[in-house]
Design a protein around this ligand. Structure first.
Ligand SMILES: [Zn+2]
Ligand SMILES: [Zn+2]
Length: 436
């Protein structure tokens, strides 16, 4: 056993050392490409598209992958794009990047800021912004394809470059799998993905082995009452009062029924009922997001939510509430394969220096890269620091606070972020293609 471990760690270090040597080559190819990629990034940034509508973005990514030498298929699971770089026999590695943007009016004042406005699915006029940095993710994907296309004498195997739609709605990965991603192409031996994190400096990466992001469930509750005049509540059953009790009691599930050492969150993100101050409405509608880590806790909390809504309603003499779990929006917990993670981390440490590679705590955010892992592919998902180090120092000293992802003022320090994304991902792919 000891000998096996020693052999494994020696082989990791040999490959990791090789990664340093190869990095000169990776960086050389990247530098030749850098101005093209930086321009491509600005184009992606200036023309963001909402989840499920990634028409221009997927076309632009498809063209970049073709230029890099990939065979490209478009329209996989909606606007999904798959570029294939094949170079003899060997392992199959998938790299996934998400393409969609968020409904926000951009307030960065950058020269390449988005001015895009569209009607959302409810007919409301909304701004559109790459506030989650997916424009960085797809630019890195194009950069990695380009560098690996020029380094074919250094590797053997097949690389699938996957541009995924609709990550923010949690539906894109599922749609690509349902459309036969692994049947149309090949089921990869492993999958890799990167994503920006605005709380860390550019040039740094962070990772976690094992559970990394939470199970995400969407639940809808409709509390029913009996409408009436606001002056005569005794003649009505007030669903707003029942809903208020439900909102409070949901937090009692977290504080009294859940194991305090097992993280979980219930957030009521939307609550609507009534039309006027003196009318008691007939119903109140609530939308919840529920985040859990353990499956047993997930099941327990979901059934407790139903119990809370029923108890509050029946206790007030109201009709049965409707409690609906939106199964199509479920995002499973993201679990990074431990061995794959630690091997890749060694490569990153050799490449960037240990001081720039950080272990991070688990988060209750959601990430549908987990669907590929759930489909039986070992996965490793890591974060690229995207903050300008100077701005980060100022924020740490109590100055202007940093804008993080999902804010209307978020912007990544894109030149070093793209470079770090390309270097780390190319090195990881070269390592794993050669790893037996
Ligand atoms: Zn996001
Ligand atoms: Zn994101």
């Amino acid at each position: 056993m000891m000998l096996c471990l020693l052999a494994l760690s020696l082989s990791i270090w040999n490959f990791a050392d090789a990664a340093i040597v190869t990095d000169d080559l990776i960086s050389k190819h990247h530098e030749l490409n850098a101005s093209y990629l930086n321009e491509l990034y600005k184009q992606f940034h200036a023309q963001p598209e909402l989840s499920g509508r990634e028409i221009l973005t997927s076309k632009r990514l498809a063209n970049a992958l073709k230029t890099a030498g990939c065979e490209v298929r478009e329209g996989v699971g909606g606007h999904g794009v798959v570029g294939v770089l094949k170079n003899g026999d060997g392992r199959v590695i998938m790299i996934r990047a998400d393409m969609d943007a968020l409904p926000l009016v951009e307030k960065t004042n950058l020269p390449y800021a988005s001015k895009v406005q569209v009607r959302d699915d409810n007919g409301n006029l909304v701004g559109v912004m790459h506030a989650c940095g997916h424009d960085i993710n797809i630019t890195c994907l194009a950069g990695v394809a380009s560098v690996l296309g020029k380094m074919k004498d250094q590797w053997r195997g097949t690389i699938l470059f996957v541009g995924q739609p609709a990550e923010e709605t949690g539906k894109g990965a599922r749609a690509m799998l349902d459309d036969g991603l692994f049947a149309k192409f090949r089921k990869p031996d492993l999958a890799l993905a990167l994503h920006c994190d605005g709380r860390f400096p550019s040039g740094h990466v962070n990772y976690r082995a094992g559970p990394m992001q939470a199970n995400v469930d969407s639940v809808e509750i409709i509390v029913k009452g009996k409408g009436g005049h606001g002056a005569f509540p005794d003649k009505a059953i007030d669903p707003i009062v029942i809903a208020a009790r439900v909102v409070r009691d949901l937090q009692l599930i977290i504080s009294r029924e859940r194991d305090p050492l097992d993280p979980a969150v219930i957030t009521v993100g939307s609550i609507h009922g009534g039309s006027k101050h003196n009318i008691i409405p007939a119903e109140v509608k609530m939308e919840l997001t529920v985040r859990t880590v353990r499956n047993s806790t997930r099941n327990k909390i979901l059934s407790a939510i139903e119990q809370v809504a029923r108890t509050a309603s029946l206790g007030a003499g109201a009709p049965e509430p409707v409690v609906r779990l939106n199964a199509s929006e479920f995002i499973p917990e993201l679990i990074n394969d431990a061995e794959l993670t630690m091997k890749t981390v060694k490569v990153f440490e050799s490449l960037l220096g240990k001081e720039k590679v950080h272990e991070r705590p688990m988060s209750l955010g959601g990430e549908d890269f987990s669907q590929f892992v759930r489909a039986g592919v070992p996965g490793f998902y890591y974060f690229l620091g995207s903050a300008d180090p100077k701005a980060l120092d100022i924020a740490k000293q109590g100055g202007k606070p940093l804008s993080v992802t999902h804010s209307d003022s978020y912007f990544p320090d894109y030149v070093p972020v793209i470079k770090t994304g390309v270097r780390t991902m190319v090195a990881a792919v070269l390592f794993h293609l050669a790893d037996k």
